[in-house]
Design a protein around this ligand. Structure first.
Ligand code: OGA
Ligand code: NI
Length: 356
């Protein structure tokens, strides 16, 4: 068993390379460093048998075509979305109005950042997560097992960076894409408000679309994919998350105690409910990349990750009654992100700490 000092020396040395997991792969390693090894409990969950046949379901795909003009269609979509949000916490959407070339350019821009000359990207490497743009590997690697991925992150609303604060290789597409995400987010929050029986603007008026942070995840091929994960299981710190994944696959959601694959659906975006919006916020993870090509995903979170944010959120008063009392107390997003950060250390989800 290695000591925690070895672990922390290893993690610090890794961090100081500033080239992340991709740097390890590029150096030609054939075994992954022990700081990336999953815990015995996680390893067991990776070897668990697949779901029995009748449970081999997949998350619903919802077609958004016409929802803004055809009220019958809209009612139908609202019903499906409400059900998906409650039962799965996850669904895919197609015909969301974002042109395919924008999706493609966003994936390629993210690839471009991660695959550029290491010297050019090193200057963005930091653990100061309040910076408008940052590149890092595993925000919690100094305290928990590393996942086989590197990340870039950019706070895009309410106070977007100017183009000269962003790496030239993908600044423009990032800003274009984040605006499109904002428009889609507004539509999704309208539909989710309606699914809750509220007026369409309710969640928007609560400022659920006010804060936006974008992530670009890069999962290099992993030489020992049975020993680690791409991202360990977690719930998201957001109200909702909009995820764009390439064709490689690997994202899984926990449903009825089984890990279910979220397949790549051409042109689709994956939506999931985060901790801040209670339908259900479902645990998910990404397996370590078994293919020979890197896997890329781009994630739009409606919330602020690790940034100070004094805004208060609480239960929706209109939905409370004697039969349906508040489950969580009012919190600021700063309080939530502090709990999120420490919950990584103590390995329990942040949400239960705010129960009434
Ligand atoms: C995340 C996440 C999944 C993916 O970044 O929170 O769950 O497919 N990502 O990259
Ligand atoms: Ni996630």
């Amino acid at each position: 068993m290695e000591s925690s000092t070895d672990r922390s020396t290893q993690a610090k040395a890794f961090d100081e390379t500033k080239t992340g997991v991709k740097g390890l792969v590029d150096s030609g390693i054939t075994k992954i460093p022990s700081m990336f090894h999953a815990s015995p409990v996680t390893l067991a969950s990776m070897q668990a048998p697949p779901p029995p046949h009748h449970k081999q379901l997949t998350i619903p795909t919802i077609d958004l075509k016409g929802v803004s003009v055809d009220m019958t269609k809209r009612r139908n979509v609202v019903e499906k979305m409400g059900e998906a949000a409650e039962k799965w916490g996850f669904f895919q959407v197609v015909n969301h109005g974002i042109p395919e070339d924008v999706l493609e350019r966003m994936i390629e821009g993210t690839r471009g950042f991660h695959e550029q000359d290491p010297e050019a990207k090193k200057k963005f490497y930091t653990r100061d997560y309040a910076r408008k743009f940052h590149y890092t590997s595993n925000f919690d690697v100094l305290t928990s097992p590393g996942g086989w991925r590197d990340s870039l992150a950019c706070y895009t609303a309410p106070d977007p960076p100017s183009l000269d604060e962003l790496p030239p290789i993908f600044g423009e597409i990032m800003m274009e894409y984040s605006k499109k995400m904002m428009n889609l987010g507004e539509l999704l929050f309208e539909l989710l408000s309606e699914a809750l029986g509220l007026s369409p603007n309710h969640l928007k008026d609560m400022d659920c679309t006010k804060f936006q942070v974008m992530f670009g995840q890069y999962y290099p091929p992993c030489p020992e994919p049975n020993l680690t994960l791409g991202i360990y299981k977690h719930t998201d710190f957001s109200f909702i998350t909009i995820l764009l994944q390439d064709k490689i696959g690997g994202l899984q959601v926990l449903h009825d105690q089984y890990w279910i694959d979220v397949p790549h659906v051409p042109g689709a975006l994956v939506i999931n409910i985060g901790d801040l919006l209670q339908f259900i916020s479902v645990e998910h993870r990404v397996i370590a990349n078994r293919s020979i090509k890197p896997r890329i995903s781009v994630i739009c979170f409606f919330s602020t990750f690790m940034k100070e944010n004094p805004q208060v959120y609480g239960p929706i008063k209109e939905l409370l009654s004697e039969q349906n009392p508040a489950k969580y107390r009012d919190i600021t997003l700063t309080e939530f992100s502090n709990m999120f950060r420490s919950s990584v250390v103590i390995d329990t989800p942040p949400l239960p700490h705010f129960k009434m």
